[in-house]
Design a protein around this ligand. Structure first.
Ligand SMILES: C[S@@+](CC[C@H](N)C(=O)[O-])C[C@H]1O[C@@H](n2cnc3c(N)ncnc32)[C@H](O)[C@@H]1O
Ligand code: SF4
Length: 444
C-alpha cells in the first residue's frame, strides 16, 4: 500500500496527548478532589516513571493557529504584567507544596520536567528561581532529571535569564518558530523577526543548552517548498539539536477556524500534508537525526524522555503530574485538568486546583498503551501490564496486516514508514464510539 493510496478516508490531526479524554461532563466538586488525592496517597502508581509538567499560560500576542490554553498578559488589567506574573508564581509555589502532601517523591521517579506554555520565558528571573527552587526543595529531584524550559523568541534569548536557567539545572530550551517564511509568518500572526529568531538560537546554543524549535506544517499559504526550506534553515543555519514537528490541528477556538472564510482556501490539501511529513522524515534521516516519537526528531546524543512519558511510556501508564492553570495530568489511572486562571490565581485553596477528573474504566485502562503506540512508534508493553481488550488486539492485527505496523522477532510492534504518516488515524481506531465523538468535538 502506498502513502498516496491512503489506508484511511480521514487524516485529521487530532490532539491525542491525553487519555482518558476530559470534557465538561467531568467537572467535579471538592469532595471528589479529596477522594482522588486520598486514593493517590494510599496506592502505588501503575508506573513510577513520572513527568512533571508546569503550564505558564501567558502570551504577549496570540498566534492565529494556537489552540493551547493561553491568555494575553494585558487581559488582567489593572494588574501590571509584573504583578500578574508574581501572583501566578505564588499560586504555583503553593500548588507545588499542595501536591507534595499527596505525591511521595520516593515512589514517583520524576525523570523529566517540562515548563511549557504559553510563554514561561515571560516570567522574571526571580519568578523562575522561586518556581524551580520550590520544585527542587519539595521534590528532591534526581541528579539526571532533564528539565526543559519553553519560551518565545523575544524573551527566551535574554542572557540574564539564560544564565539563571543554567544555574537552576535546565538542560534544554525550546521555542516556537513554526515557519521562517516571512509572509506565512505574518499571515499567522507570528511577530518575531527572522533576525530575532537567529539571535535567539545563537544565544541559547552558546549558553550551553540543547536547542529545540517547534515547526508546523499545514499552515495557511505554507506550500511544500516553503516547508522544506523551513526544515533546512532549522537544521543547517540554526543548528538545532531537536525539532518538534506539528501538523496543524484546527481547534474551534482558533482564528484559522473562526475566520475560515478567510483561511480555509489557503490551507494545503490533505495529500500535501502526507507528502510534507513523508519528505520531512526522509530529510531528518538523511541529516542523521533520530525520530523519537511521531512528532519529534533529535540529533544523536540529544535524546530525551518527555514525549515518551506523555505517551504512556512502555507500560502505557507513566504518570504526568501537571500543575498550573488548565494543565492536564494523569495520576493513578485518572486524567485531571486544573482550573483556569480566574479560579487559579486567588490561591486561597487548600487542595490541588482541579476542575475535571476522569478515572479510566477497564476498557480504557487496557487500551491506553494501544492508543499511544502509534505516537511512540512502537508497542513494547512488558508482560506484567494490563492485557489489551480482544477488540484492541484485533485492531492491532488489522493494522499489522495493512502494513501500518510490523511485529518484530522480539515481539515489539513498530510503526512502518507508512504507519508513521497516519499515526492519529491509527490511534483513533482504538477509541470507543463515545470517545471518538468527544475527540472529534475538539477539532474541526
Ligand atoms: C503551546 S506552544 C508554546 C510555544 C511558545 N509559546 C512559542 O510560541 O514559542 C507549543 C507549540 O505548539 C504548536 N501548536 C500550537 N497550536 C497548534 C495547533 N493548532 N496545531 C498544531 N500545533 C500547534 C506550535 O508549534 C507551538 O510552538
Ligand atoms: S504559539 Fe506560543 S506565543 Fe503563540 S499564542 Fe501559542 S503559546 Fe502564545
Amino acid at each position: 500500500m502506498s502513502a498516496l493510496n491512503p489506508p484511511y478516508t480521514d487524516r485529521r490531526a487530532l490532539p491525542i496527548s491525553f487519555y482518558p479524554l476530559l470534557s465538561a461532563e467531568d467537572d467535579v466538586d471538592s469532595a471528589a478532589i479529596d477522594r482522588f488525592t486520598d486514593s493517590l496517597k494510599q496506592s502505588e502508581p501503575p508506573d513510577r516513571s513520572t513527568l512533571l509538567y508546569i503550564h505558564v499560560p501567558f502570551c504577549e500576542s496570540i498566534c492565529r493557529f494556537c489552540g493551547f490554553y493561553r491568555r494575553l498578559t494585558t487581559d488582567f488589567a489593572p494588574l501590571s504584567r509584573a504583578e500578574l506574573l508574581d501572583r501566578f508564581t505564588s499560586a504555583l509555589t503553593r500548588e507545588i507544596a499542595c501536591w507534595r502532601t499527596v505525591i511521595d517523591p520516593g515512589v514517583h521517579a520524576i525523570e523529566s520536567i517540562y515548563i511549557g506554555g504559553g510563554t514561561p520565558s515571560l516570567l522574571s528571573c526571580a519568578n523562575i528561581e522561586a518556581m524551580i527552587g520550590t520544585l527542587r526543595r519539595q521534590f528532591d529531584l534526581r541528579a539526571d532529571c532533564e528539565i526543559t524550559f519553553e519560551g518565545e523568541v523575544r524573551s527566551i534569548g535574554d542572557p540574564e535569564k539564560l544564565s539563571v536557567l543554567r544555574d537552576l539545572g535546565v538542560t534544554r530550551v525550546s521555542f516556537g518558530v513554526q515557519t521562517f517564511h516571512e509572509s506565512v509568518r505574518k499571515l499567522n500572526g507570528l511577530q518575531p523577526t527572522l533576525d530575532q529568531i537567529r539571535r535567539c538560537a545563537d544565544r541559547v546554543r552558546n549558553a550551553g543548552f540543547q536547542v529545540n524549535v517547534d515547526l508546523m506544517y499545514g499552515l495557511p499559504s505554507q506550500d511544500f517548498e516553503i516547508f522544506m526550506n523551513d526544515l533546512s534553515i532549522a537544521v543547517h543555519e540554526l543548528r538545532v539539536s531537536h525539532i518538534d514537528l506539528y501538523d496543524t490541528i484546527l481547534y474551534p477556538n482558533i482564528d484559522l477556524f473562526t475566520r475560515r472564510e478567510v483561511f480555509s482556501g489557503m490551507l494545503p490539501p490533505e495529500e500535501e500534508g502526507v507528502r510534507m511529513l513523508m519528505r520531512a522524515i526522509e530529510f531528518f534521516r538523511s541529516e542523521g537525526f533520530v525520530q523519537l516519537t511521531a512528532d519529534d526528531f533529535v540529533r544523536p546524543g540529544a535524546e530525551y524522555r518527555m514525549k515518551d512519558l506523555i505517551y504512556g511510556s512502555r507500560s502505557g501508564h507513566s504518570q504526568v503530574l501537571a500543575m498550573g492553570p488548565a494543565a492536564v495530568g494523569y495520576l493513578g489511572y485518572t486524567s485531571y485538568r486544573n482550573e483556569v486562571l480566574e479560579h487559579y490565581l486567588p490561591s486561597d485553596w487548600q487542595r490541588p486546583t482541579i476542575q475535571r477528573l476522569r478515572t479510566s474504566d477497564d476498557h480504557e485502562k487496557a487500551n491506553r498503551a494501544l492508543i499511544f503506540y502509534p505516537k511512540r512508534l512502537m508497542l513494547n508493553v512488558p508482560d506484567h501490564c494490563i492485557e489489551p481488550s480482544p477488540e484492541g488486539k484485533a485492531i492491532l492485527e488489522r493494522q499489522i496486516a495493512c502494513g501500518l505496523a510490523q511485529r518484530q522477532p522480539d515481539g515489539i510492534v513498530r510503526a512502518t514508514e507508512l504507519g508513521k504518516l497516519w499515526v492519529d488515524s491509527m490511534s483513533a481506531e482504538f477509541l470507543s464510539p463515545s470517545e471518538k465523538r468527544r475527540i472529534f468535538k475538539l477539532v474541526q
